[in-house]
Design a protein around this ligand. Structure first.
Ligand SMILES: [Zn+2]
Length: 189
């Protein structure tokens, strides 16, 4: 399965800010409410999402408030990435084996795919490096992917319930699917 269904895209119509945190809402929108790196959705934990400097400030402090250098990221990916920048050159994002690809670059998604259970799989050498550095093996990524699939199924069932005569069985299914919240409860509490 493909790694992500929609690619993030940063708007170019942006008013400069002296504090990068002021870009948060615009970034959230441009990244489709998802982490640029792992594609986890920020619902229901937007407060756990942060702003990553793609080229770390330690490598190039002049990019601190440049919108095109910012990535909407979950705390796990942001904490894992930190100031790692193997090339030490702000203009060279990677050397083909180590380093990063800007998540807004469509080739970012070519480095990964999804397994049957929503788990992230690296498909290239560079993808493998990012996979390990970002700790994309963490179970939370596949759990959230499954959660979304369950939510979609619930929506489908709701539509069926409105048109189906065998509503009793569908109600039982729906009850099972609504256990989805327990998944999140276990994950974050
Ligand atoms: Zn993430």
């Amino acid at each position: 399965m493909v790694f992500r269904k929609r690619h993030p895209s940063r708007t170019t119509e942006i008013v400069a800010q002296s504090d990068y945190r002021k870009f948060r809402e615009q970034l959230r929108k441009d990244f489709n409410c998802r982490c640029g790196y792992c594609d986890d959705r920020d619902i229901p934990r937007a407060e756990g999402f942060e702003i990553d400097h793609f080229v770390p400030q330690k490598v190039d402090s002049s990019l601190g408030t440049v919108y095109s250098n910012l990535v909407y990221a979950c705390r796990s990916c942001n904490n894992s990435k930190r100031a790692k920048w193997p090339t030490n050159n702000p203009l060279e994002h990677n050397n083909g084996r180590e380093g990063w690809i800007d998540p807004c670059d469509k080739s970012y998604a070519d480095q990964f795919e999804r397994g049957n259970y929503g788990e992230i799989i690296a498909t290239t050498e560079l993808g493998e490096w990012m996979y390990n550095e970002l700790k994309l093996w963490k179970p939370q990524h596949e759990i959230l992917q499954c959660y979304e699939e369950i939510e979609n199924s619930i929506q489908e069932l709701r539509s069926c319930l409105e048109n189906c005569n065998n509503a009793y069985n569908l109600k039982i299914f729906l009850k099972l699917y609504e256990k989805k919240d327990k998944i999140l409860y276990r994950l974050y509490i």
